[in-house]
Design a protein around this ligand. Sequence first.
Ligand code: 5GP
Length: 451
Amino acid sequence: MPDDIDEEEDSVKIIRLVKNREPLGATIKKDEPTGAVVVARIMRGGAADRSGLIHVGDELREVNGIPVEEKSPEEIIQILAQSQGAITFKIIPSIKEDTPSKEGKMFIKALFDYDPNEDKAIPCKEAGLSFKKGDILQIMSQDDATWWQAKHEGDANPRAGLIPSKHFQERRLALRRPEILVQPLQVSNRKSSGFRRSFRLSRKDKKTNKSMYECKKSDQYDTADVPTYEEVTPYRRQMNENYRLVVLVGPVGVGLNELKRKLLISDTQHYGVTVPHTTRPRRSQESDGVEYVFVSKHLFETDVQNNKFIEYGEYKNNYYGTSIDSVRSVLAKNKVCLLDVQPHTVKHLRTLEFKPYVIFIKPPSIERLRETRKNAKIISSRDEQGAAKPFTEEDFQEMIKSAQIMESQYGHLFDKTIVNDDLTVAFSELKTTFDKLETDTHWVPVSWLHS
Ligand code: 5GP
């Protein structure tokens, strides 16, 4: 403590920090009523934080012997930028006690892309942390209700960055929402939505009928939830547990059925698919519980009322649908259940019981589609008979458009995206994904494990 310090200022602290290229990791602000310059924020893991000497609320009196009371924060930053090596601060420590916290113990999955440079609201762009949808972030501080501090999970760099808090992000996304909705609604008004439909291995030459799969618009584009972050926790399947449900989504014609079929025949003991329910009469070559579970209209309707179906539709005056119990029975056989549904149903399956792992099968570029699907056929409802037809340019465009909509509306629910450019490559990627799913640790929502 130097001699020339005022007696009343007995709480003054002199700090010397040696500055290298790394930013100090602190922000300052002018406290309007008093005019004092105070430390506004300390970035977790940054130089200031590691020194343990500077805290939020500390009042800055001098930097390298220059009094700062009359200076603006910009001028102070200027002084700091010009100083080399050791910097001396004279501060009056804040009296606020440090509260013990559970910092660094919470992990979240980002459900949107974020670039601080594009964010007009962030108090300090340099201190921002950019991330992509699906990234796992470790929360280092939630002291500020608007700007949290976070690090990328597993990142060796100790310094945290600013990210918008959940509440703040939800609020501003909710304000922007009307814009987001316009585009998908317009597209879904087109003759065919391009959403893909179910497939069962047991039935050959299944004709598709899109109309029965087409949902009401309000159903398909759920506007209720604004995706921001989801708290997650590591999960690894134990030997005695059921396999996680694997949900495959993708646009019509992308090759999802083909990939699913390849997977099934690669190991019929290990993979399984659900048997759908129908109210249509059984055909002579069919057996109950193999092609379909045949039920009465009355029973089907009761089951619909009781929410027993994941999805259902009507075709030629008969109901068809996939029941929740049909998924359970595949899992109970200790098999991996492969389910392909429209993406809007995924959120109903996100439970502790199913722990779904969602794989999005994405088309490659339109150029690659033209090259790779030249001689392929699409099973489509385009013609009345539902016969397989060669792909048209319109099919390609619709596939891409539909994939884009799926990604923008439901991308936050996808655990993995596989581009089906070359079928063999895509299949081997799919296989690796399945192998890892059964053995590795994955991040799952905490709500599944603590519910
Ligand atoms: P079919 O009566 O010829 O076996 O099938 C008629 C239609 O029902 C086909 O387009 C078939 O794909 C569809 N279908 C089969 N299973 C399901 C299902 O679980 N849900 C829905 N929505 N449609 C299905």
